[in-house]
Design a protein. Sequence first.
Lengths: 239, 489
Amino acid sequence: MSVITLSVNGKEVAIPEGASLLEATRAAGVEIPLLCHLDGLEPVGACRLCLVEVEGSNRLMPACTTAASEGMAIHTHTHQLLDYRRMAVELFFAEGNHVCAFCVANGNCELQNVAVQVGMDHSRFPYQYPQRVVDASHPLFAIDHNRCILCTRCVRVCDEIEGAHVWDVGSRGSHCHIVAGLDQPWGEVEACTNCGKCVDVCPTGAIFHKEDTTAEKLRHSDRPALLKAARDEHVWRNQ
Amino acid sequence: MESRPPAAAAMTRTVVIDPVTRIEGHAKITLHLDAAGHLIDTRFHVVEYRGFEKFCEGRPFTEMAGITARICGICPVSHLLCAAKTGDKLLAVQIPPAADKLRRLLNLAQLTQSHALSFFHLSSPDFLLGWESDPAKRNVFGLMAADPDLARAGIRLRQFGQQILELLGGRKIHSAWAVPGGVRTPLSVEAKDWILDRLPEAKATITLALDLYKTLLDGPLRKEQRVFGDFPSLFMGLVTPDGRWEHIDGMLRFRAPDGTIVADGLSEDDYASFLGEAVEPWSYLKFPYYKPLGYPDGIYRVGPLARLNVCDSIGTPWADRELEELRDRSGRVATSSFAYHHARLVEIVACLEAIEQLVNDPECRNGRVRSRASLNRNEAVGVSEAPRGTLFHHYQVNDDGLLTRVNLIIATGQNNLAMNKTVHQIAREYIPDPVPAGTEIPEAMLNRVEAGIRCFDPCLSCSTHAAGQMPLHLQLLAADGQILAERRR
């Protein structure tokens, strides 16, 4: 495997050819906020939190979906990027109905964590208070669209790891939402295997076990990577 | 509530007390005078609105404990427990014995801290500093200056209750520790040790408070006991199957002022058959009444005094002795609303004795604290005794467990008719009759009117499911609605 070199915030790093800018930042020991990305799932660049500046380019690049190339020089924490990231997180809060106080994920929520990480103490954008619903038709799980940030982790884990492809994205613009089956109540989608992987990877309290009450949700974000390693490389965690 | 004010008649006055201070929530009181200056009506207005019953619709019932606990920062535990109990019934499970005892422990701690707050922080400045004392100092800070030892003891008694809430639920307010099916964790050894270590101090404080209060009651507060809302009404509260004091389970009992048990063994499931809710256009607080007697004759009171009036005994020795003393002073059925203060102190004794029993019960250390099930019913009613009285949660859910209807009947609401009546009686006693035109009503008189409300320790945030602290606004209104005098704090 050939290796390429590039600089991250002025620090030279060597990574395998074909790796992403996100892997380059990790090699440099630089942490950038992530919401849609999850190791083990295909990256989609949906949340825009991992945007970085690439010298010589006049646009910002999502680190998770941009391939690194030889000699690149990227910057991850410029004033402009910090401001954009905070703005993106504020927009997540403003466009949904995120009421942490009684949310199942309170205290164990990646959106909360990212808000802290980017220094968000309030939203500069007016809250939209969209009319959204809870689909609790599944016997074990429920999806609360009020808390969904459209990261599509559920879509990807169900498609790529479980192979059931229960979830997808429907409609456009501000009406865009996660749909089960052919936009059916979740409980009516026969393809669902009740595996719960969508619950494991959901970064917020949008998808949860029905018996979970306030702040009880446990996430298992590491599972896709573990399952992928087990499947592709026959490496199991307990070996 | 008294008679309606006449339609606009010239030259009448209304005194407005706005805001009502040292209570939880926002309210105002209006005193209506006729053209000759005679008091013709009084009203206790609750002027805040929140709408929990509406916006909970569509949410999973499992969230209700977490949501409704947020109604109030003083007694979130009451909603937490009532919501959890209602959730138990939707799951159709019997909770483990340990969970039952731990919930009891939580509610006892809640009653202790809330009653301590009501007595020491909110009401005792009136008794100890005087009705006529400087309003700027007639508060817990004034009490600290005048009697620092008593103030410190009172604050630490409340802390004792609050700390138990944190030891059990992980935080003092807005814990979500009680859940449908039980609770989350058992009592730890450290928590047990801390509680037992602090119990003697709590007992000493309540002994001190009771001695002090009884002395005042036999002396300077004798008149207040007589005129602060002393009127016949029914009393409602939970009792055990054998008629003893209860605060979380049991059956509902109504007792008349002559001691007669009007209704007994009532289940919360049937509350709609014996409780009605009237609405008045001038208050966001509903007016519950005992249906068989109609509105407003079905006036009844709930809360610490009602619980002590309806029960036959408390069931622990010290509390039963104190109960007998209360009954000696105020009657078998104490009808003066002022006796709520005494009842709170007696209930703290009952709580401390029960807390001691429970923390020494090995069952509270049992790890099996939660029964798990999925939805098995579409409708349930839960009940518990909040510090201010009986609390009902009524949920209807669809087959997915999403709420389609929510009804919360709050203790303070059930005392609404009685609070109006109390204000009227105090105003009649202390406001000059007639009030000469242009006369400014002394602050101390208005403070007594406010204090009538404080007897009930109302929590308007809960009762209207509303937001905010509780200042008071008092208005003196002329018959034509003109504001003649006004106090706002």
